[in-house]
Design a protein around this ligand. Structure first.
Ligand code: UT7
Length: 335
């Protein structure tokens, strides 16, 4: 454990993402769904999403993103001390997909676990990883945000199936004595609103049965309007709190990377904050809502295209099932 006087920080040294090859545009939905590119784009900002191939699973999506992040960091899988996977759509209820990933990576005997906090998962996982680094328990951690929601949405329900896409993103965090990495975090949960995003069937409350299937309760359901209101209310305060906890104001932040659920949520939140909309990283148009994968996907994409610099100070913010929320200030390198 960390008994030394010098604090230990956790720097993000590698990042990677993976999206399936198949692109499903708003024009590809069948006429019987009674939707349109116009409705979807105006209400959400989404034009397309990626859909996993039949032989792809949450584990294989994670594997691609993880390998990219490890390569970028110059870290071998066997050098990992811990693997944390944020997802609500694992390959199976049991075993944890984190152990499947650990084995697939060849990270022999490395501890691994899953965090299930819906779309907030990556921020929760990053904050958790930091505790292991800061305490001195572990020095090299892989954090993955991954979701294969196309297998959990009802493709006959236009209010849901147009919103989501499949993707994975991963980062490698390494211990350093130089002040950088995760500088603050804010996490929250309001279980009184747990029914706003819910998969009713398949758990201990309603195990799989013919009735569950007849009621289509194997699919995720959402009260979109309520979640929308919650999200627009929480994003601004969560960002301001995270900045304040890092001893900063929003003026000190280079980019906000929000969970990509709806462009209108981002626009509405931006209006309540003293932060320009142009400095929000947005890619929902191409990938839709990829839940726990959306932030590491946007991070990786924008580091790769040079929009985010490896020296930038970032604020990540997410909200989702639970209902949960989370925000974190991340400095890509010492300042
Ligand atoms: O990532 C986890 C968190 N999730 C979110 O943050 C999602 C938050 N919520 C939202 O993004 C928005 O609430 C939605 C995009 C889900 C819905 O947008 P909305 O403006 O709140 O629409 P609505 O649900 O109030 O529906 C408006 C109308 C309804 O018709 P009526 O009742 O007014 O006649 C719907 O039946 O739009 C209809 N509708 C559609 N029409 C065409 C719903 N889905 C569709 C569709 N195509 N795909």
């Amino acid at each position: 454990m960390n008994n030394r006087s010098t604090p230990i920080y956790g720097q993000i040294t590698g990042w990677g993402a993976y999206v399936p090859e198949k692109v499903l545009t708003n024009h590809d939905f069948p006429p019987e769904l009674e939707t349109s590119d116009e409705w979807i784009f105006q209400r959400t900002g989404i034009r397309a999403r990626r859909i996993a191939a039949p032989d792809e699973t949450t584990c294989t999506l994670s594997l691609h993103a993880s390998r990219a992040a490890l390569t970028q960091a110059g870290v071998q899988a066997a050098e990992l001390d811990l693997i944390i996977v944020a997802t609500s759509t694992p390959d199976h209820h049991t075993p944890p997909v984190s152990s499947q990933l650990q084995h697939s990576l060849g990270a022999t005997d490395v501890p691994a676990f899953v965090i299930v906090t819906g779309c907030t998962g990556f921020v929760y996982a990053l904050s958790t990883a930091y505790q292991f680094i800061h305490s001195g328990a572990y020095r090299t951690i892989l954090v993955v945000g991954v979701e294969l929601l196309s297998r959990f949405v009802d493709w006959t329900d236009r209010s849901m199936c147009v919103l989501f896409g499949d993707a994975a993103g991963a980062v490698v965090i390494q211990a350093t004595e130089r002040a950088c990495g995760l500088r603050s975090f804010v996490l929250g949960s309001d279980g009184s609103q747990s029914e706003q995003i819910m998969m009713h069937g398949g758990g201990s409350a309603h195990p799989f049965s013919q009735e569950v299937l007849d009621n289509r309760q194997q699919y995720v359901q959402m009260n979109g309007r309520e979640v929308f209101k919650f999200a627009t209310r929480i994003v601004g305060p969560a960002c301001e709190q995270a900045a304040a906890k890092a001893g900063l104001t929003l003026a000190d932040i280079d980019w906000i990377i929000p969970h990509q659920a709806n462009l209108r949520i981002i626009q509405a939140a931006a209006k309540t904050m003293d932060f320009p909309l142009e400095r929000f990283v947005v890619n929902i148009e191409h990938y839709a809502n990829t839940s726990a994968a959306s932030i590491p996907l946007a991070l990786t994409e924008n580091l790769a295209n040079g929009r985010i610099l490896p020296t930038d100070r970032l604020l990540l913010v997410a909200f989702g099932a639970g209902l949960t929320w989370g925000a974190a200030v991340v400095e890509m390198s010492p300042r």
